[in-house]
Design a protein around this ligand. Structure first.
Ligand SMILES: C[S@@+](CC[C@H](N)C(=O)[O-])C[C@H]1O[C@@H](n2cnc3c(N)ncnc32)[C@H](O)[C@@H]1O
Length: 495
């Protein structure tokens, strides 16, 4: 009887010279390799809790050639990942020697078990195809064990099927006006203007614009509704100086530039080196010339540094759990979102909230700032209402009040403190995306004279006192950094 090397790792990529593939086979083979590379990055990032980019942005990076097929394969494999892993275990096919090839094995198994065409070319494919019967019978065993009749039931897919979201595009008014964009897009799609954000267009779900010439040349940006509401809520005026505190990949930064009609200055601060590169690409694509990129820690910026003396508005969109967009990003399918990780999640949320509170308190402490927007794509109260309520005493001591962004918007903050009706929420089911926005405006309605009525020395004294009172945690860090020579990040020239 012929014996297969069942437990040997597949040797991949190189094919024997004489082997001839059809065009379709070749492109399927490439798509599986590209999907495996994306999946490897996604799973590694998820395991380390340090994802560099979402699945979408990895697939739509320039290095991936067959984007549509790769995206579909990655998403489908992730949706089925737990099932595939269980089936592989039941079929007892893999051992530790396969470890380095795991993502490719998952992709091929997806194709074998659930794909339209069974893979016919490729070394790894051939090895796994020899186990097709074992894989199929492993799947049947799994359905029986889980007491379900179909794979859909196993995946609980029915819950996700209602999640159909329109495609939103934001017109980059630095390069094109809204009506011209509508005219151009209407040649291929049904287009409507969004009723909330003036430069936002709504198109049918599934409209694939990734390769559209308006996207490629930065005349329109593929940006969701919630994300487009943030810069609009800040309402920066042409000529202002604005600080985008946590800015990469820069969608909101370039939206600010468009709202300011290219006049004034935007300082885009970003901590992560890799993401600074993406920020710079976004800025270049947008054509904005008034954005200065600052590679460094927002918390390390000294609000009293003369470079920020003219900053009048801050957009703070800090790192968050992303719980409002997980169905979009498919993050809920990643191993870290399984029930086993609930404890880890609450620890992570707590850590995020600590940072968010610090960052918001810091934003409010810039002396000449009049408007601060705080936003997250999270549904959790701990990252939203709780963060805002924790800084309210500090905010009011600086003369800030909560204001109501988009007053016509119905869904407001959770009623957990007086004033939460000013906050804006979007619901992941009703609005197809979970999001949160808070807007602080300096009204200077203090019980004592307004800061503009006080001599500068007195203002300084009061600020110092307030800082001592509310910021015990901030200054030691800043001083340490200054002492350590790392207070200032790298300031880059405008791109
Ligand atoms: C939610 S993302 C911002 C998205 C961005 N506003 C946009 O619309 O494209 C948060 C960003 O903040 C950055 N970040 C996290 N901590 C930071 C810090 N202390 N200082 C500056 N940036 C930080 C992260 O690296 C990440 O790129």
């Amino acid at each position: 009887m012929a014996r297969h090397k069942a437990n040997a790792p597949p040797r991949v990529t190189r094919q024997p010279a004489k082997q001839k593939f059809s065009g379709a086979e070749r492109s399927a083979l490439f798509a599986r390799r590209e999907a495996a590379n994306v999946l490897r990055t996604v799973l590694r990032g998820d395991a380390d809790r340090r994802a560099v980019a979402s699945i979408k942005s990895l697939v739509f990076s320039p290095s991936v050639r067959n984007k549509r097929a790769t995206f579909a394969l990655v998403c489908e494999t992730l949706k089925h990942l737990n099932v595939i892993k269980d089936v592989l275990e039941i079929a007892n096919i893999l051992n530790s020697k396969w470890k380095r090839q795991e993502p490719l094995v998952y992709i091929i198994c997806y194709d074998i078990l659930f794909g339209k065409d069974t893979p016919s070319v490729g070394d790894a494919e051939k090895i796994l195809m020899r186990h097709k019967d074992a894989l199929l019978s492993g799947l049947a065993t799994l359905l029986v064990r889980k007491k379900v009749e179909s794979v859909d039931e196993l995946l609980g897919l029915s819950q996700l099927k209602g999640h159909v979201k329109p495609r939103y595009v934001r017109v980059n008014t630095l390069k094109m006006d809204v009506d011209s964009a509508v005219q151009e897009l209407e040649k291929q799609y049904k287009v409507q203007k969004d009723e909330t954000v003036p430069d936002l267009l709504v198109m049918p779900p599934g409209s694939d614009l990734h390769a559209h010439h308006l996207v490629m040349n930065g005349r329109i940006f593929l940006q969701g509704k919630a994300s487009s509401m943030v810069a609009a809520a800040l309402q920066p005026q042409a000529g202002w100086e604005v600080l985008d505190a946590c800015s990469a990949p820069g969608n909101k930064t370039v939206h600010l530039a468009a709202l300011m009609k290219g006049h004034g200055k935007i300082i885009a601060c970003e901590l992560n080196e890799e993401r600074v590169k993406r920020l710079e690409q976004t800025i270049k694509l947008s054509g904005a010339t008034n954005i200065e990129v600052f590679h460094g820690d927002f918390l390390g910026l000294d609000p009293k540094d003369p470079s920020f003396a003219k900053v009048r508005a801050i957009l703070l969109d800090p790192s968050c759990s992303g719980s409002g967009t997980i169905t979009d990003r498919l993050d809920h399918l990643l191993p870290s979102h399984s029930a086993d990780n609930m404890n880890y999640d609450s620890m992570r949320l707590h850590k995020l909230a600590v940072f968010q509170k610090k960052a918001l308190a810091h934003a409010l402490s810039f002396p000449h700032v009049e408007r601060v927007v705080y936003s997250t794509c999270s549904i959790h109260q701990i990252e939203n209402e709780d963060v805002v309520s924790s800084v309210l005493p500090l905010a009011s001591s600086f003369g800030f009040e909560l204001a109501t962004p988009f007053p016509q918007w119905q869904r407001r903050g959770l009623p957990v403190f007086a004033g939460s009706e000013h906050l804006l929420r979007m619901d992941p089911v009703e609005d197809k995306e979970g999001f949160f926005i808070a807007l602080f405006i300096k009204t200077n309605k203090l019980n004592n004279p307004t800061s503009s009525e006080l001599p500068e020395r007195e203002c300084r004294r009061r600020r110092k006192q307030r800082t001592k009172q509310y910021h015990p945690f901030l200054w030691p860090k800043v001083f340490f950094r200054a002492w350590n020579g790392s207070l200032h990040g790298r300031r880059r020239k405008p791109v």
